[in-house]
Design a protein around this ligand. Structure first.
Ligand code: DON
Length: 573
């Protein structure tokens, strides 16, 4: 027998051995998720215990943080279908064991047939719902190419091995949690409005423990396992997406899919006191805004004022107002628009931006930059973040999304997955808010092949040259302010990470001109003080859902998920 045949048999045997070793038995994993964990070597925090388990099993099998992230993300597409995805996109920030920081942008792109007026009627008014529900709301998905490129560059274990747990979870099914049952029940009418039946997600009265089996998705994942990116962007899966588009007046074409490429980008970096912030550059606004916010508050003695002192909240809200005004005006996809990154982060600019800050009076948003608003947050915050560190010293912070719950609600019949409604993150009309109440301008206008602006803020923070924190969150426009506040809760207010994540948060996004606060988050007395300064307050149940890891003084890892999502899960070893 020729040598290569021996080799082929041996490697097939080896692969089968690996695959059988790394099976995750869904039935055995309890849904009692764990919000906090310690580990001496490695840590995984994700929005679902099964996804965390997949990530951990890969780490324990010798994979690095990038391998674990890739496996976790594919698993999440199965067990967290409202946001985990192969039909959406995301951002990954990587810091390798030798200190190199890099990001991969696999944000969705506007299809070639997209144009700046595609969601407007003849009068130039927005057609309600067109950018959020149904086929036309979907951007060209980036997740599969992003994960494959990340693995090609930094992975250790074979890709086939990393995607296998997801295939099994989809094939065998898994018992859904109460939170998932609630979400599935809530969106039944939407599913029926844009999908044919049978469909595994359409069912009356989902209950905790019902098994969700996704055989079509298992087949698609198996094609990706076999063919790599061609398993998604070409052949049967691509055909399935295009067929779906034709049925629902969508515009994603075979060419859009085959041309899609995730993009490696340098991170945005900045210094806050002794911490180095490494975060996502445009097309996310997250990194830039986060660094702006930290630099705006750095000169003030917030440590002395204290956590939730009215002076502290006022200062931070005023910084938020200014950073979000910049976001609206200047940020968009750098491949299409000259985002003035350096200028926005320049010390003189930041100082100038705070020149009209008054320590006891709210600035009017209308005085900062002109714009109309009537923004409302229509949907709860559904994206997903995972933070991972491995025993070798690599760290990954990754946020991925379909945008709304189950994206545009269109489930690709022959592909078995939901498509995103990320097109709503573009500015459909200057000055008119999207579903997160965010307004935009030319920088974020729709154009063929362009990526829509994001608030996702996957971030890694160093101290003394070592990873100090890996942090990020879902939560639409509130992501940036949540990352800002949780980090300061630790760095300025000395809170242990669990408390820092749990603490109630507030959010100002320039327009609408009000501070969002979490229900029962601020005392009445404190609210009165803020109102006396001229702030309007408005309550929501909860905002962004943080998943973070912190290096403790003894060098071990503390992982924390957020009580705001019952399924958040942290585990380490
Ligand atoms: O990229 C963005 O900013 C949004 N598409 C994120 C959406 C989100 O976080 C929704 N919910 N959690």
């Amino acid at each position: 027998m020729p040598k290569f045949k021996y080799y082929a048999i041996f490697s097939t045997f080896l692969l089968l051995f690996f695959l059988s070793t790394f099976q995750v038995d869904a039935q055995k994993i309890p849904y009692t998720s764990q919000k906090s964990a310690k580990g001496t070597s490695a840590m995984v925090v994700s929005p679902h215990p099964l996804a965390t388990e997949v990530g951990l099993s890969i780490l324990k099998a010798g994979g690095n943080a990038i391998d674990a992230t890739v496996a976790l993300q594919f698993a999440q597409a199965v067990v967290y279908p409202r946001a985990g995805n192969i039909g959406g996109g995301g951002f990954m920030v990587i810091r390798t064991k030798d200190g190199k920081a890099i990001t991969i942008d696999y944000r969705e792109k506007a299809p070639a047939k997209a144009n700046r007026n595609m969601y407007l009627d003849e009068k130039g008014d927005i057609i309600p719902g067109l950018s959020t529900k149904g086929h036309l709301a979907a951007g060209v998905p980036g997740t599969v190419d992003g994960l494959i490129q990340a693995h090609e560059q930094y992975g250790k274990l074979p890709f086939t091995q990393l995607i296998q747990p997801a295939i099994e979870l989809a094939q065998k099914g898994y018992p859904i949690s109460q939170t998932e049952a609630d979400r599935l029940n809530r969106f039944q009418d939407d599913f029926k409005a844009v999908n044919d039946e049978p469909n595994p997600f359409i069912k009356a009265n989902w209950q905790e423990g019902d098994v969700l089996q996704q055989t079509k998705l298992a087949e698609t994942l198996a094609r990706i396992q076999k063919k790599g990116r061609a398993g998604f962007y070409k052949g049967k899966t691509a055909k399935a997406i295009v067929r779906e588009m034709k049925e629902g007046n969508g515009i994603i074409s075979r060419r859009d899919l085959s041309k899609y490429k995730a993009q490696w980008r340098d991170p945005v970096e900045g210094q806050y006191k002794s911490y180095k912030i490494i975060s996502m550059p445009p097309p996310s606004s997250g990194g830039l805004a986060l660094i702006q916010l930290l630099k705006m508050v750095e000169p003030y003695p917030i440590e002395q004022w204290g956590f939730h002192d009215p002076r502290t909240i006022h200062l931070m809200a005023e910084a938020e107002r200014r950073a979000y005004a910049d976001r609206s005006q200047h940020l968009g996809d750098m491949d299409f628009y000259p985002v003035p990154v350096d200028s926005l982060l320049a010390a003189t600019y930041i100082k100038d931006r705070m020149k009209d800050f008054s320590p006891d009076k709210a600035t009017l948003s209308s005085d900062i930059l002109a714009g109309e608003f009537q923004g409302v947050m229509k949907e709860s915050f559904e994206t997903t973040h995972s933070s991972i560190v491995d025993a070798e010293g690599n760290a990954v912070s990754l946020t991925t999304t379909l945008n709304s719950n189950f994206g545009c609600k269109v489930w690709v019949d022959e592909g078995g997955f939901f498509l995103n409604n990320e097109m709503d993150d573009f500015s459909s009309k200057p000055g008119v808010p999207n579903q997160f109440g965010l307004v935009g301008a030319e920088a974020n206008a729709i154009a063929a092949g362009k990526r829509m602006l994001s608030s996702m803020t996957p971030t890694i923070i160093e101290k003394d040259g070592e990873v100090f924190m890996v942090i990020g969150a879902p939560g639409g426009s509130t992501i940036i302010t949540a990352v800002f506040q949780v980090f300061l809760n630790v760095a300025a207010f000395d809170m242990p990470l669990e408390k820092a994540v749990e603490a109630s948060r507030f959010h100002h996004q320039w327009l609408p001109d009000r501070i969002l606060i979490e229900k029962d988050g601020l005392s009445k007395a404190l609210q009165e003080k803020l109102k006396a300064m001229g702030h309007q307050l408005s309550e929501v149940n909860y905002m962004a859902v943080i998943k973070a890891i912190q290096r403790l003084q003894d060098g071990s890892w503390q992982g924390v998920g957020d009580e705001r999502n019952p399924d958040d899960d942290a585990r380490g070893y």
